[in-house]
Design a binder for this molecule. Structure first.
Ligand code: ITT
Length: 196
């Protein structure tokens, strides 16, 4: 029995990897940077999702063989003029501290009537150190007034996708994967890979 080719996801966020792995299925063996302690830390110095995804994909692709996929994503809130956007992971002041990020979002949204928001994801595929293709996806929804649910990560406890009355953190990965920003970007990336 032949083993599937590897797809290295340029992330240390295990939640992203789990969502991607579930969507990829048997087509690739999905591994991420947590499997490779020697992979460099990539500074996300870009000001767009595309710039940051490209930085991550190319940096990891310089040290890893085969296809490398990077995901840069975030939450855009209309009442906050699109913030936190590219700076979603450090919105609360501490990189990757999701409870702080959520507390700041709830605080800044206090009393806001317009609660519309969207998650955006840009994925970049790289090989031999060079970005070769990019794909984007988004999902529209609203921001709750308090967190609900214990699944997922990041802003999932505060985001209710259109057409549902529960947050991503209540709906869980299987439902989230039917319409998330990440799932929509990945669907395009996998279709592209299937043609290479
Ligand atoms: P890597 O850079 O290692 O991939 P990261 O978590 O730092 O991991 P990003 O730089 O792309 O990833 O920041 C994404 C942030 O946006 C993430 O920390 C969350 O705060 C938010 N976010 C993105 N996708 C999300 C999702 O599906 N659910 C909840 N929050 C999400």
């Amino acid at each position: 029995m032949s083993t599937p080719p590897r797809l290295i996801v340029a992330t240390r966020n295990r939640h992203k990897t789990a969502e991607i792995r579930a969507l990829v299925g048997e087509a690739f063996e999905v591994l991420d940077a947590t499997c490779f302690p020697d992979f460099p830390e990539v500074e996300e110095t870009g000001t767009t999702f595309l710039e940051n995804a490209t930085l991550k994909a190319e940096a990891i692709s310089r040290v890893a063989a085969g296809w490398v996929l990077a995901d840069d994503s975030g939450l855009e809130v209309d009442a906050l003029d699109g913030r936190p956007g590219v700076w979603s992971s450090s919105f609360g002041g501490v990189e990757g501290d999701h409870p702080r990020n959520n507390a700041r979002l709830i605080g800044e949204m206090a009393g806001a009537d317009n609660r519309r928001a969207r998650f955006r994801c840009t994925m970049v595929l790289a090989r031999d150190g060079r970005a070769v293709a990019d794909f984007s996806g988004s999902v529209e929804g609203t921001i709750t007034t308090e967190p609900a649910g214990c699944r997922g990560f990041g802003y999932d406890p505060l985001f209710v996708p259109d057409g549902y009355e529960l947050t991503f953190a209540e709906l869980g990965e299987a439902v989230k994967n039917t319409m998330s920003h990440r799932a929509r970007a990945l669907e395009k990336a996998l279709a592209w890979l299937a043609e290479q």
